[in-house]
Design a protein around this ligand. Sequence first.
Ligand code: F6P
Length: 538
Amino acid sequence: MDATTDRVPAFAEHASRLANTHLRDLLKDKARGDRLRKRVGPVLLDLSRQKLDLAALDAVGAYVQGTNWEAARDAMFAGAHINTSEDRAVLHTALRAGGSKLKSPAPAADLEEIESTLKRIEAIVGAVHAGKGPDVGLPATITDVVNVGIGGSDLGPRLAVDALAQFHVPKLRNHFLTNVDGHAADGLMKTLDPKTTIVLLVSKSFNTQETLLNGNVLRDWIATIYGGDIKKAAGHFISVSSNTKAAADWGIPAEKVLPMWDFVGGRYSLWSAVGLSIAFAVGMSHFRALLAGAAMIDDHFRSTPWQENLPVQLAIAEIWNRNVRGSTSRAVVPYVDPLIDLPSYLQQLEMESLGKHVTPAGEQVTQPTVPVVWGSIGTNAQHAYFQALHQGTDIVPLEFIGIVKPGHKLEENHRVLLSNLLAQAAALALGKTFDEAMAESKDGDRAIAAQRTFAGDRPSTVILLDALTPETLGALISLYEHKVFMLGHLWGINAFDQWGVELGKVIAQQIQPALKGKSEHAFDASTQALIEEIAARR
Ligand code: F6P
């Protein structure tokens, strides 16, 4: 296709100037650094190690401004059906509107239903925390809460529950059962007591095979304490779903089903009743604080010009790296152990949202959309794949995430951790020249000096949170959500559907009977051969 149909301009002049300008030199410009380092409340975003100078930043900013992004943003907040392929509003922001200082333009009826659901969550969680299980139709004593769900019904709650371990209420253990791999359910059942375990069956559709199968397995396991009565076992379950009928057919009555709405996508749903496991883990006031932290960034996103707007700035860095510089992946490396789940959470948020190659009008996009998102925690990552990030042939932009005040008193550990974060970002940007390597060499071996040279000039972003609290976690996630919105807008794709997950689900349904030896289906030769291999070796 003609390159002139590209949405994101090539910014050719800026790109070629910057291709010949080392980050080492860009970093000498203090005014540039000050503009690329922004704070909103407890969140500091430092883009100064991106390969942008102020002229390029202003050019990209002017382009973004010309795309009418503010009108698109306002349409989302007001409940326009911007998820066109499913004809749905996109109102995850309404779920936290209670914590906003701006008036929500979302439909009043939705806001009321959201608040009344929060009150229902509060009642359930409050009763369980007070040891009054029977009030809500659950066992009297509860020691363990198992969240059964997958994708958005797992990743968001799991991220928050793990990240907020410091805030957990005592005496209640939290577990996540996701994969249909029986090792996971089997392992849980070996360690938990069915008498004191409750299950949150979380599925927006109530139609996800992995979740329903794991729900059945846990229900049968709990039924063993009731002489095999699965109706009584279902008393240990609460569901979160928009499909109340299917939940009732499964055995969970409507009063124990918390709603999900079609205006909330799975990967944007942790703020809804899908976050029930978070509320169980940290209590309702902390859950509300998580919502308030997200609302703080919502307000910032709604009211701040692009020059100061953190989600917009993150989106600018992404299109610069992806569309102008041609990066194919981005590594996310939290130097925060409790954020261990952040890379997987962002994989769904970003790749399920933005992994599209067709516009809502059905036309092929002409430019790359989402890069592969991957990563793991630092400093561990330094001793695994950072060699390639420093000296490999691909340049991978990184995102470092750190917290200033840790949730422990091990001062030296934290100093070492943070110094490593800062050192990695500096080393990637500055590098070490051949001459510097030679100057360090005792015997002047040029081959060794070449191997000890770092080209540098490798871009990274640093996000620093004052501390890891419900508020800052909410703010961090909201920041990423709005970056995703901006990228969907800039790339001209629908960030709120996920048709790409469907085909594999259909084929899996066709293969299942074949694995029992009962299929007439004509599979491709490769699939057929593997089915036969499995049958022969079982
Ligand atoms: O298969 C993808 C997906 O639909 C995700 O978008 C969603 O978060 C996940 O499956 C789980 O869906 P549900 O909550 O309906 O079980």
